[in-house]
Write a protein that binds this ligand. Structure first.
Ligand code: SF4
Ligand code: SF4
Length: 74
């Protein structure tokens, strides 16, 4: 099961983008409720390695499950 980024918790720091081994974390086309340029995970490409969860400095921004209900794109 792929990982997800909670759109309205993501701060747009992009540490996960640089760390993802398959390049499946993409910038969203609009801002989240905090006014940040958040990122989302392409569920079809994610290999579920967990690196994004390890490097993200924002508590609760990355989840170890596929959650299209909280990830606004992807
Ligand atoms: S999920 Fe975390 S590391 Fe990735 S962009 Fe959002 S805040 Fe930054
Ligand atoms: S779990 Fe791995 S492959 Fe999936 S988005 Fe995170 S870093 Fe990328």
């Amino acid at each position: 099961m792929p990982h997800s980024i909670v759109s309205d918790i993501c701060e747009g720091v992009s540490k996960c983008v640089q760390a993802c081994p398959v390049g499946c974390i993409k910038p969203a086309e609009f801002r989240n409720n905090k006014g940040k340029n958040f990122f989302y995970i392409d569920f079809m490409t994610c290999i579920d390695c967990g690196v994004c969860l390890q490097v993200c400095p924002v508590e609760g921004a990355v989840l170890n499950e596929e959650r299209p209900d909280v990830q606004k794109q992807g």
